[in-house]
Each structure stands twice: as C-alpha cells, then as structure tokens.
Design a protein around this ligand. Structure first.
Ligand code: TYD
Ligand code: MG
Length: 464
C-alpha cells in the first residue's frame, strides 16, 4: 500500500527512525530484544530512513518513463563488453552488459580481489577502470598487480572507504567500469551504523546500483560470505543486483570455480574454472582433464560421471568408501554432493539391490573440490558405493550417468549427447545411461552405449 503513490498525490519526504535486524533485515518501529522474523537475540539496530508522507506542499510527482514498443528497444548481445578472460565472460552470459550490477561473493582469501584485478587490467583496454579498494592500500594492490603482470595505463586505484568519496571520484573520472572491493568495508556518512552492518551494506549497494543504472557504468562489488554461507548483510543484496557470482573452491586445492547463481543476462549455474598459481589465476579451458588427472587406476570405489554444469559438460570423479563401522553409529559423510541425496541412494541400495550397509561407515567425495548438484550423478554414486562395498573396480574406461528414483529405477536426464561426446573425447569407450535416453542418441565412434532401466541392472552389468 505504502509503496504505491498515485500521481495526483503530493508528497513530502520525512526522516524517520526505525529498528532493523542486522541478521535478516526485518524492520520494526520499536526496539525488540528478539527479532520476530528470524529469532535472533539482540540484533535490532536503530537506523534513520527517509519516508514519503501524504499531504503537504511539495512538487507533484510525475513519471519520467513512458511505454516503448518491444521492437523499438535497442539492445543486442553485441553491446556486451569482453574482458578477455573467457571463463569470466562466459559465466556472465557472454561478456559484461553495460550498466549491469554484479556481486562477487566468496570466502575471504579465495581470490576475489585477484580475479577482479586481473579482469580490471583487461577492461582497462576498453576504457578507464576505477578500482576502489576499501580493504587494501594502493601499494598493496600495486604489489599484487606486479605479480599478476597487470600493466594498464587506464586502471585507476582509489583507496577510499567513504561511499560519498567514491561517488565523487566516479563523477570526475567517468570510468567505463567500476569495482568496489568490498561492499562490507565502504560506508556512507548518512547512517550511523558501522560499516558492514545490514543497513550500511544495503544503503551503499542501493546507491551504487543507482549510479550503475543511471550512468550506465558496469559495476562489480565484492562481498564476503559469512560462515553460514550467505553473503554478509544477508540475502537482500542478492535480489538487488543483476548478477550474483560465487567464487568457490577448497583452500587445499588450487582450483577455483566461478559460479553464476543468479543472472539477469544469461544462464545460471554456468561455471568458469580457474587455477590459482603464484602468478595469479589462470583459466582452465578443459576442466575434465584437470579433474581426472589424479584418478587412481583400477581402484574400487572410483567412477567417472559426465556432469553438466551450465552449458558445459564436465567429467568428474566420484569416490566412495564403504567400510565396517567401529562404533554403534555408522557415519555417513558426503563432500561435494548433497548428503541427503547420498542417504537416499544408500537406502535404495539396501532395499532394491539387497546390499547390507547398515553397519557400514559410508564416505562419498567428489574429487578435486568440485560441487555437483544435478541428479544425473546418482547412478555414478550408486556404482561407486557398490564398487567399494564389493571391493571390485569399475572398468576405468567406463562412465555412467542417470537419475535414480526411490524404486531403484533409472530415469532419463537432460542433454545425454553432450555427456556422451565429452566422455568419448577423453577416451572413454563405454557409457551406461538411462534406457530412456538411449533412443534419441547416435552411437559415437569408439563408444559403446548401454541403456539401463534400473540401478540393479546397471550393477549387474558392471560387476558380473
Ligand atoms: P585474494 O584475491 O586476496 O582473496 P579475496 O579477495 O577473496 O579475499 O586472494 C588471496 C589468496 O590468493 C592468498 O591466500 C594468496 C593467493 N594468491 C596466489 O596464490 N597467487 C597470486 O598470484 C595471488 C595474487 C594470490
Ligand atoms: Mg580481497
């Protein structure tokens, strides 16, 4: 109700004090000890907001936009700006869209600043780039740039934590790209709360978005992720921005994955794969080869699955270890894959295939620190579990995919030909796949396709 202001109404703007939860963003007119939305104690902080009030003696509102025919709107994919880092461009949906507002989230130390500095170096060939560093000094950034071999005449560094200061410099410099590293360390003087608080993050992001849209400056903001996995200054940032990219990876592995979780200009779940080296991030154009590089030969419990991430097939190794438990409570641990899914597949193996796994510790891991979320890997998990349980390796040139249902049936999945072709390209010669997918496929050269309709049938083929 309050959001809709009819044209004939006059409004005045008024400063008002509200209390806002620093955890979930809930707003209340009164202070509360416990947030009524998320239940967090002591999380409400006073904030001033500007509200519109009915009546008064100010200017009548007039809308500035008018309807345009869809066919008359000028926007093509050719407007996109390419940074020259192909993996980055692809995750964005094929380059940077003018005026787009992108959030890059990730754990501290994962490489967000490194990635953006490298990208900024390339963008500087298109036009001036302003890199506002609120966390590090220009000297620190310069040292890093030296290591990364970033030399760009048109890359401007600005060590500034005040949002107003940054906005002023943007007005002077009129950059073609703007990077804010990070949104949690910039603050606006309009609010009294500390930098990094929900209200500061929201206000700063809101004003930066206004700038990005108004001046058509593509803007990238870095956001650190809190321990519970949400971007600090919670989810409200995610729905404000056009694109949310997560930079993820395991501290123990050199691989980093840039994943689009929201994209108004392209497909989500597109990934870009990088390797962190001592000269910065380098692209990995053939991730399948990388993820299979250390695959053990003839080992029970290891299988290869062609998974699709975004638009690209990637072969990953799934490992399982099934071993007798020493204590009463068997352990079920899954890494890189949903543990509920694994529990379900273990139950299917128990009930539909007849394995006895109740007194077994079960570990499942996706090698290389990758995270897989599509159900097409189910059959691979089942085969890895069975292989470890029976202590019999799966033929090392066999791959398999398919979704496994609760009755043990194997269901068809999307884009089977892409998966099969990627496996064939890397020298695999046999593929078990859902019978329902087999009909629509041409047999690639040197690859045997075996359609299966149940998990039991697949295991029968692999181990008998
Ligand atoms: P950084 O980009 O500072 O992370 P974030 O901005 O996400 O906090 O990355 C820091 C890590 O990356 C640091 O632990 C060292 C590593 N690193 C390299 O291995 N090679 C390099 O060339 C650079 C610049 C960083
Ligand atoms: Mg950083």
């Amino acid at each position: 109700m309050a959001h809709f202001i009819p044209h004939n109404l006059r409004i005045i703007l008024k400063q008002k004090t509200i209390y806002s939860c620093q955890q979930c963003g809930m707003q209340s007119p009164k202070w509360l000890g416990k947030c009524s939305d998320c239940g967090q104690w002591n999380s409400l902080v006073e904030e001033t907001v500007t509200v519109a009030k009915k009546g008064g003696r100010t200017v009548p509102l007039r809308s500035e936009s008018s309807p345009v025919r869809l066919s008359e709107v000028s926007a093509t994919d050719e407007d996109r700006l390419h940074c020259g880092i192909a993996e980055f461009d692809r995750v964005l949906g094929g380059g940077v869209v003018p005026g787009s507002f992108t959030l890059i989230g990730g754990d501290p130390g994962i490489g967000k600043s490194t990635l953006l500095l490298q990208a900024a170096g390339s963008w500087a060939r298109i036009g001036p780039v302003l890199y506002a560093t609120a966390e590090e000094s220009t000297r620190q950034v310069k040292l890093r740039a030296g290591r990364l071999d970033v030399v760009a005449e048109d890359l401007y560094l600005l060590a500034e934590t005040s949002l107003e200061g940054i906005l002023e410099r943007v007005k002077e410099l009129k950059p073609a790209f703007l990077v804010i590293d990070s949104i949690q360390t910039v603050f606006t003087a309009a609010l009294e709360s500390a930098p990094g608080s929900v209200s500061q993050v929201r206000e700063c992001a809101g004003r930066l978005m206004h700038l990005a849209k108004g001046e058509d400056i593509p803007t990238f903001i870095v956001g650190h992720v809190t321990k519970d996995g949400s971007i600090a200054g919670p989810r409200m940032l995610e729905h404000m921005v056009d694109t949310v990219l997560y930079f993820e990876g395991d501290a123990g592995h050199p691989y980093r994955i840039l994943r689009a979780v929201k994209n108004r200009f392209g497909s989500t779940n597109e990934i870009g794969v990088f390797e962190m080296k001592d000269i910065g991030l380098s692209e990995v154009p053939n991730p399948s080869e990388l993820f299979l590089a250390e695959r053990p030969e003839d080992a029970a419990g290891s299988v290869v699955v062609p998974s699709i991430e975004g638009t690209r097939p990637i072969l990953v190794e799934i490992q399982a270890l099934v071993s007798g438990t020493a204590h009463g409570n068997p352990r079920r641990t899954a890494m890189g894959i949903d543990s509920n899914r694994v529990s379900l597949l273990v139950a299917v193996l128990e009930k539909k295939v007849g394995y006895s796994l109740l007194a077994q510790d079960i570990f499942v891991n996706v090698a290389g620190g990758v995270r897989i979320s599509e159900p097409a890997v189910d059959l691979g998990v089942v085969a890895a579990l069975a292989s470890s349980h029976l202590n019999r390796p799966v033929d090392e040139r066999t791959v398999l995919f398919g979704e496994v249902g609760l009755t043990g049936e194997v269901r068809a999945v999307s884009r089977p030909e892409m998966r099969v072709n990627e496996a064939a390209r890397l020298g695999f010669n046999c593929c078990l796949l859902p019978a329902g997918n087999l009909k629509s496929l041409d047999q690639p050269e040197g690859m045997k396709l075996i359609g299966v309709s149940s998990a039991a049938e697949a295991l029968e083929f692999l181990f008998n």
